[in-house]
Design a protein around this ligand. Structure first.
Ligand code: C6P
Length: 421
């Protein structure tokens, strides 16, 4: 068995065995009684007891609509809702909490910017600079803006390790560039982009900088305002929070100058039959009854991550990825995509194994209790660039262990055998 000759497990600053006790779902097994090894964290992370309790506690003790009622429960719900915003803002280094707008996740945050800003400010001849690394959520909204306004989409390309070709910035960033919208971390390859450096160049060119933070907020100790961008979108469910929760940070001046995205209750100051004035930010962008329990759960998730320590989480993931890359490297015919320098990647390891279709690999791994994602990862243009239809992707988080990496590797050896390699 490979366990006889395993490399030494990496040192981690986290007490992972204790942390795992916080996550009830990690005790789940398959129908055959095999422990489930959850390595699909880039898609969605699991939730600790603290988050689950915060949500059920909200419904058990504080549930009512917010900002409307003058009664005990509405006041409690409003306090919890506002407190959650402060907790999430604190985690991300946001000092002006009005700059943090609740959304359903990254997709909604990026659409908010595309519609409320892009549709209203761009015109024929303007350019939007994206990259071939982008998730569909940071492509399709801009395609819609371009189709409607006549703006043109331009793209940064990547090198053979999936890193952005920053030399292209010199000729792609011009006075025509009105928006630069890039992912901080690639969900398909794990590449960490030098956002601060790019944002500085975008600003110098007079463009607005938008950051897709879906894969950075959960994993990196991000201090959002200091990235130098104008917008940063993230998803709660990828950082121990509930599905349907998330946020968009925007620079106050830009948010105040922008028209609303959705119209309805709670986002107004005064309404006449023919026109309205709007509430100050963030309410201006939060029409309708919000996802109060989602915000409360995300607030609890922010406290949980802050309690573990953002640097410690990153160090743990880095150690785990280094171990995974080393162990996966032992498997013949396995190719790891993305940056070779581990400092340039996050907790995502995308790979192909011989000519086994990634969906077949994922199915065999699933029969061994190992959950990975296989497919195009909502990055079809990137897959085309890489010359692959799809990849298999293992993605790690704060509760994963080196032993789980070993289980992944054993399952891949088994898959290889089943395919006659
Ligand atoms: N990526 C993955 O398995 P939502 O769905 O709104 O929470 O996040 C969208 C999104 C945007 N940008 C990046 C970089 C992302 O990784 C994601 C979500 C998941 O990779 C689901 S496709």
């Amino acid at each position: 068995m490979s366990s006889l000759s395993l490399p030494e497990a990496p040192a981690t600053p986290l007490d992972v065995e204790r942390i795992r006790q916080d996550f009830p779902i990690l005790r789940e097994t398959t129908a055959q009684g095999t422990p489930i090894v959850y390595l699909d964290n880039a898609a969605s992370t699991q939730k600790p007891r603290q988050v689950i309790d915060a949500i059920s506690g909200h419904y058990e003790r504080n549930n009512a609509n917010v900002h409307r009622g003058i009664h005990e429960l509405s006041n409690r719900a409003t306090d919890a809702y506002d407190h959650a915003r402060q907790r999430v803002a604190a985690l991300l280094g946001i000092t002006d909490t009005a700059e943090l707008i609740w959304t359903r996740g990254t997709t909604e945050g990026l659409n908010l910017v595309a519609y409320a800003y892009g549709m209203n400010n761009l015109r024929q001849g303007d350019e939007i600079l994206l990259s071939v690394l982008e998730h569909h959520s940071n492509l399709v909204p801009w395609q819609l803006v371009a189709q409607r306004t006549g703006a043109r989409l331009r793209f940064l390309e990547i090198d053979d390790q999936g890193r952005l070709d920053l030399s292209m910035l010199d000729h792609l960033l011009t006075e025509r560039t009105k928006i630069v919208s890039l992912t901080h971390v690639s969900n398909a390859l794990g590449t960490v982009n030098p956002i601060r450096e790019i944002a500085a160049k975008a600003k110098a060119a007079g463009a607005l900088m938008v950051v897709d933070g879906a894969q950075s907020a959960p994993h990196l100790p991000v201090d959002v305002p200091s990235l130098g961008a104008d917008f940063y979108a993230f998803s709660g469910h990828k950082m121990c929070g509930p599905t349907g929760s998330g946020g968009l940070w925007g620079r106050r001046e830009v948010l105040e100058a922008m028209p609303p995205f959705h119209g309805g209750g709670d986002m107004i100051e005064w309404v006449e039959l023919e026109s309205s004035t709007y509430a100050p930010i963030p309410a201006k962008f939060e029409a309708g009854t919000p996802n109060v329990a989602g915000a409360v759960g995300l607030g609890a998730a922010a406290d949980y991550l802050a309690g573990l320590g953002r640097d410690a989480i990153l160090a743990h993931e880095r150690a785990l990825v280094a171990y995974a890359v080393q162990r996966l490297g032992e498997i013949e015919d396995l190719t790891i995509l993305g940056p070779r320098n581990l400092e340039e990647r996050s907790g995502v390891v995308s790979f192909t194994l011989a000519d086994i279709h990634p969906h077949d690999l994922a199915t065999i791994l699933d029969s061994e209790g190992v959950a990975i994602r296989a497919g195009h990862h909502c990055t079809q243009p990137l897959m085309k660039c890489l010359g692959v239809g799809s990849t298999a992707r293992a993605s790690f988080y704060l509760y994963n262990t080196p032993a789980e990496v070993d289980t992944l590797v054993d399952a891949l050896h088994k898959a290889r055998g089943l395919f006659g390699y």
